[in-house]
Write a protein that binds this ligand. Structure first.
Ligand code: SAH
Length: 365
């Protein structure tokens, strides 16, 4: 099979500059302006490469909408609140959230929405999904571009942090060495290699992961995600509000290579077709929560997605939808979202609150 155009370009870059970090490889594979995976396509849904919770059922976005409205009410129902979604995909979660938000009188009127999205293809999909929405909606390229008007923030992110570039380090006899993408000297193909000497990235390894690592183990660090968390936490601490982060990952920092490539609902080789497969890594929620709390916010105890959605009333919502529609389809979607062994336990929910925000519903008792 011919190589992807991005593979050709990355190989030239490596030949010129030397091996690149996993983070640089991941950032190019996902976000390259001409050949990046997200830049060039809408990967979601049955016909795409993977499916996400909001694409499985409207219940997911609706329940998150009720959660947002409840946090807003507990904050004293401020006249203005900025609702931010990070990596909104097709805009499905936001559409369901806003529709359900009408249940709380005054909530929709207080909202200004900012969608943080880098992909032109997905921005177009979001514009289409939300075309008839009357709440004001704007787009931002990154968290630094979220408008600052002093209003408290409600921040939602589903399967966003797993797409941010990670770095990997391997424990060798000589100490930590960064995992790099280089060229196979014989075939000239993209190939894994190790940095020849120690580097500054080792200082970022979470202590618990370093302590638990056996010889040859890989540990992952997520400086981009931690930087995003720090920036969001500083905004929350200044303006008030809360964040809800849903993703797959582990509750405690631990060694493990979790980088994976998925195309057409199948795992593929990470180096195989850069730009044509989704690349993700599991979220280290312990380290992510620490990045929020070090910047002045309160992180709620991590919850399993199933427990969180049950606490928000998914069973009742499913029963109502079943009466109005196809009971078997509704039950199947509910079970996918909350089932043990399905998304219910694999996916976790991290709630983050500004110091002045009351206990978060469904997460802090
Ligand atoms: N939340 C959606 C989509 C998840 S896919 C859902 O649940 O269906 C990941 C999303 O994050 C996509 O919208 C992708 O374009 C976006 N994304 C990835 N990296 C990003 C970055 N660095 N900045 C902004 N958005 C990014």
């Amino acid at each position: 099979m011919a190589e992807t155009p991005l593979a050709e370009r990355l190989k030239r870059r490596i030949a010129l500059d030397g091996p690149m970090t996993v983070a640089d490889f991941m950032a190019a594979a996902l976000g390259d302006p001409t050949h990046g995976y997200y830049t060039t396509r809408d990967p979601l849904g049955a016909a795409g490469d993977f499916t996400t919770a909001p694409e499985i059922s409207q219940m997911f976005g609706e329940l998150i909408g009720l959660w947002c409205a409840e946090v807003w009410r507990q904050m004293g129902a401020p006249d203005a609140v900025r609702l931010v979604e990070l990596g909104p995909g097709r805009g499905t979660l936001m559409a369901d959230l806003l529709r359900a938000g009408a249940m709380a009188p005054g909530f929709r009127e207080a909202l200004r929405v900012t969608l943080v999205e880098t992909s032109p293809a997905l921005r177009a999909a979001q514009e289409k999904t939300l075309a008839d929405e009357t709440v004001p909606i704007g787009w931002a390229d990154g968290v630094a571009a979220i408008p600052e008007d002093g209003a408290p923030l409600l921040i939602v992110a589903n399967e966003f942090f797993d797409a941010l570039p990670i770095r990997q380090l391997r424990r060798t006899e000589a100490g930590w060495r960064e995992v790099l993408v280089g060229l196979d000297p014989e075939t000239d193909a993209l190939a894994w290699t190790l940095a020849p000497g120690p580097g500054p990235a080792a200082a970022l390894i979470p202590e618990a992961a370093a302590r638990a690592a056996a010889p040859d183990d890989v540990v992952e660090i997520a400086p981009v995600a931690w930087g995003v968390a720090g920036a969001l936490a500083r905004r929350l601490a200044a303006d008030g509000g809360a964040a809800l982060i849903v993703d797959y990952g582990h509750g405690l920092s631990a060694p493990g290579d979790t980088l994976q490539a998925v195309a057409a609902h199948r795992y593929s080789d990470v180096l195989d077709r850069p730009g044509e497969a989704d690349l993700t890594a599991h979220v280290d929620f312990e380290a992510l929560a620490r990045a929020f709390s070090e910047a002045g916010c309160r992180a709620a105890p991590l919850a399993a997605q199933g427990d969180f959605l049950r606490a928000l009333g998914i069973e009742m919502r499913a029963a109502a939808l079943a009466r109005a529609g196809d009971p078997a389809a509704v039950a199947a979607a509910r079970d996918r979202l909350i089932g043990e062994g399905a998304m219910g336990s694999l996916f976790k929910v991290l709630g983050v609150a500004a110091p002045q925000t009351p206990p978060l519903p469904g997460l802090e008792g």
